[in-house]
Design a protein around this ligand. Structure first.
Ligand SMILES: NC(=O)C1=CN([C@@H]2O[C@H](COP(=O)(O)OP(=O)(O)OC[C@H]3O[C@@H](n4cnc5c(N)ncnc54)[C@H](OP(=O)(O)O)[C@@H]3O)[C@@H](O)[C@H]2O)C=CC1
Ligand SMILES: CC(C)(CO)C(=O)C(=O)O
Length: 417
């Protein structure tokens, strides 16, 4: 994972003499990867009339889009949109034209560094690579393209590819943009206006805080979705899945705190500091705080019920799962900082068993994992500095979502994943 910077990785800073793109010249956009997220993004941007090229290395997806266009179903989708799709940038280079101002990286995390290296020669000197990946990929892409040519875009919505070129947007939501170094950057304002076509987009100077909150969600939801093989709505109806999710997120929050990250609410609404279990909640069943947290997850499951793990989709296509960039990243950083992460370790191992084909995704896997990890959580102690001791109200925006069964004492409001 990660690795030291090599000569190959050394970023080439833009030469000072390179002219800015003229203000009246529209940006050229490259979408790299036409799976769930890349397909929906490309379709929306094309519909808005942007200059978009879509790159996919998957010939079945390329053929389907060339023939039938990007076909998008679900929340506010643009329907069917036709546009340029290429399998390599060599054909673009031969056709001439300006380099790309924004390269929207929409591959899974295990492929993103290779993809970035391949497209780097086609990035305008003052252009930017944009990371859509869950996990902490800006650090990796910054080593390839340079920190000042790398932007993070947290995707706070879901999408799946049902068949090549056919996309389902599985939830509403938008983006949070930021730079790994926290710097402000006028390109984020331009990019924010462009991405508004897909969903509400905000800019943060605390990308790390927002990334770690989203990482906590993915370590729970994407990994449990892979293990159990079902959509979020079904997952969250099971008390033992919710408990696993809470334990996973608690460990991630502990590692984030030990890393001195100030957690941000995801898309301004979901407060991971509140969700993390207190030491008392971890040890004793049935407290008011614990019940409220179950209620919140029920509400999240109800609102985002169609979300499906992109890691599961990648495994189904025979790809390496992103688990080392999610739970694996937390485990290795936790080990460096002395924060135990036994539940994330068990989850990571189970995802790897499923990816190897030795077990099929099934709800029974989650139940077995819950039984196996109960003793682990009772015996593992998170260092005091990383433990949540307060009990506060959930700071979430009110959209009046109703919990799906009687487990919750009230209906905690929620508006984003
Ligand atoms: N799906 C979701 O709901 C969400 C996803 N994300 C993040 O967005 C990113 C994309 O997710 P998603 O669209 O679901 O992933 P998918 O696996 O559906 O799509 C990724 C696509 O990228 C292709 N690809 C791989 N390498 C390259 C390359 N070098 N050049 C061009 N294309 C390449 C893959 O090809 P092949 O088909 O051959 O594997 C695949 O089609 C992920 O990193 C994920 O973390 C974030 C939030 C939500
Ligand atoms: C949409 C969500 C949260 C679903 O698990 C996701 O981000 C992913 O799987 O990549």
């Amino acid at each position: 994972m990660g690795g030291a910077m090599s000569d190959v990785d050394a970023p080439a800073p833009p030469p000072e003499s390179t002219p800015e793109r003229a203000a009246d010249t529209p940006p050229r956009l490259l979408v790299v990867g036409c799976g769930g997220i890349g397909g929906v993004v490309a379709a929306h941007l094309l519909e808005q009339g942007h200059d978009v090229t879509a790159l996919t290395t998957n010939p079945r997806i390329a053929d389907a889009i060339s023939i039938n266009g990007f076909r998008v179903r679900g929340d506010g989708g643009p329907g069917t949109v036709h546009g340029r799709v290429v399998r390599s940038l060599t054909e673009c280079a031969k056709a001439g034209g300006r380099p790309f101002d924004y390269v929207l990286l929409a591959t899974q995390p295990p492929q993103v560094e290779e993809a970035a290296r391949e497209v780097l020669p086609h990035l305008a000197p003052r252009g930017a690579m944009v990371c859509f990946q869950n996990g902490l990929c800006e650090e990796r892409i910054g080593r390839i393209a340079g920190t000042e040519r790398t932007l993070g875009a947290i995707v706070a919505w879901g999408a799946s590819m049902i068949e090549p070129g056919l996309y389902e947007r599985t939830s509403p939501g938008g983006f949070v943009l930021g730079r790994h170094d926290g710097a402000s950057d006028p390109r984020m304002d331009e990019l924010s206006r462009i991405l508004e076509a897909i969903g509400p987009t905000t800019v943060t100077n605390n990308l790390a805080g927002a990334r770690w909150s989203k990482l906590a969600i993915n370590c729970a939801i994407s990994s449990l979705g892979t293990i159990a093989g079902d959509r979020l709505g079904v997952l969250m109806r099971h008390r033992h899945v919710r408990r696993l999710a809470l334990e996973i997120m608690t460990e991630v929050v502990a590692v984030a705190r030990a890393s001195r990250v100030r957690l941000e609410k995801v898309a301004g609404t979901l407060d991971l500091d509140w969700i993390a279990l207190t030491e008392a909640e971890r040890q004793v069943a049935g407290s008011a705080g614990l019940v409220a947290k179950h209620g919140l997850l029920l509400a999240v499951g109800a609102r985002f019920r169609r979300m499906r793990s992109s890691m599961l989709s990648a495994i189904e296509r025979g790809r390496t799962p992103a688990v080392e960039f999610l739970n694996g990243e937390v485990i290795s950083r936790g080990a460096e900082l002395g924060v135990p992460t036994p539940v994330n370790e068990a989850i990571r191992d189970e995802v790897l068993v499923i990816a190897s084909g030795r077990r099929r995704p099934a709800m029974a896997n989650a139940r077995a994992l819950y039984d196996r990890t109960r003793n682990l959580t009772a015996s593992s102690t998170i260092p005091r500095s990383a433990v949540v001791t307060r009990t506060s109200e959930p700071a979430v925006a009110d959209e009046g979502v109703t919990a799906v069964n009687g487990d919750a004492p009230r209906d905690p409001p929620i508006s984003a994943a």
